[in-house]
Ligand binder design. Structure first.
Ligand code: ADP
Ligand code: MG
Length: 316
């Protein structure tokens, strides 16, 4: 496919007929104009080629992921996504790459009712920044700070798959199990339905982007308490257990990033309601431990403390 100039790229791939009446001015002017009638929720995430994903990752996965990581932040806030902006920095104006990127991006945007309302297109090392805007539900946003000592700690889905998938991608593994783990890294599923439902029952929530111990640690600091993870309760996929030992799988689950599952807390008496909502949302949920007095995250196996040596991903 030929290379196109900046404005041809925007017109051909990003500009789409508006569907949301709240978008008074969309792509094409100097800025977008949105009609906002509720508290505005805003999140932004940058994915840098070679830092957050291998630069040769298939472009539709890059497009999916760039929006999915923001949708996951909205899930963790229990907020409704509506509008996005996209800042795309490309080494060259490769129309085939952009077309495939847009397939991944807009498939997810359409599923969750998100309109692309603006952006910026520049030349440079591959980087994608998506900003997502939307609204809270009447119950308000779900914060990291609402946890209390004695609350149960839950996670959605299975943990550690994306980190193992990234390792499999780097190592060139090609079994069916490895391919499914790579898919977990490439196309994370934002847990938006459950996040919205949880505003009624959860006390605190975060999405697992940097690793469970690191992210649950943020909930603990914000809520002024500690947490205990019962290792036997960690949800591990059969694909992960197919690729490594149980100990290694637990290390991936505790320290590996990129899963974009939700970790949330709810008062101990809410267990049944939590599991009902999980069933309604067709989202697997597992109870993995409790919030405790004190500070920091500890792990236990059969009730006995076990040392952990994971720190989570940090850029600096
Ligand atoms: P300006 O020079 O005023 O910043 P641009 O030439 O960067 O305007 O962009 C022209 C229009 O195209 C703007 O409405 C902008 O929001 C939109 N746009 C540019 N790049 C993108 C993109 N990657 N995705 C969506 N909209 C974009
Ligand atoms: Mg611009």
């Amino acid at each position: 496919m030929p290379t196109l100039d900046e404005f041809e790229l925007i017109d051909r791939f990003f500009r789409r007929p508006p569907t949301d009446p709240a978008v008074e001015v969309g792509i094409g002017d100097d800025a977008a104009v949105l009609r906002v009638d509720a508290p505005l929720v805003v999140a932004v995430d940058t994915l840098v080629g070679g830092v957050h994903f291998p630069p040769d990752l298939v472009p539709d996965a890059v497009g999916h992921r760039a929006l999915a990581v923001n949708l996951s932040d909205f899930a963790a806030m229990g907020a409704v996504p509506r509008w996005a902006t996209l800042a795309l920095t490309l080494p060259d104006a490769d129309a085939g790459w952009v077309e495939s990127f847009c397939e991944g991006f807009f498939a997810l945007a359409d599923r969750f009712g998100v309109s692309l309302v603006g952006g910026d297109t520049t030349r440079g090392p591959l980087a994608v920044t998506v900003e997502l805007m939307g609204a809270t539900l009447p119950a308000g946003a779900l914060l990291r700070s609402g946890g209390a000592v004695g609350d149960d700690v839950y996670v959605t889905g299975t943990l550690g798959d994306a980190a193992a998938g990234l390792a499999a991608l780097a190592g060139g593994a090609s079994s069916g199990a490895a391919a499914r783990l790579i898919e977990r890294f490439a196309r994370p599923e934002p847990r938006l339905d459950l996040g919205l439902a949880l505003t009624a029952v959860a006390s605190a929530a975060i999405d697992v982007s940097d690793g469970l111990v690191a992210d649950l640690g943020h909930v603990c600091r914000a809520s002024g308490c500690g947490a205990r993870i019962d290792l036997e309760g960690l949800p591990l996929s059969s694909e992960l257990l197919d690729q490594c030992t149980l100990d290694r799988a637990r290390e991936y689950a505790l320290g590996g990033g990129d899963d974009y599952e939700l970790c949330f807390t709810a008062a101990a008496g809410m267990g049944e309601q939590v599991l009902d909502l999980a069933r309604d949302c067709e989202t697997p949920v597992a109870r993995i431990g409790s919030l405790t007095s004190g500070s920091g995250v500890v792990c236990a196996l059969d009730g006995r403390p076990v040392p952990i040596a994971v720190s989570g991903f940090r850029h600096f």
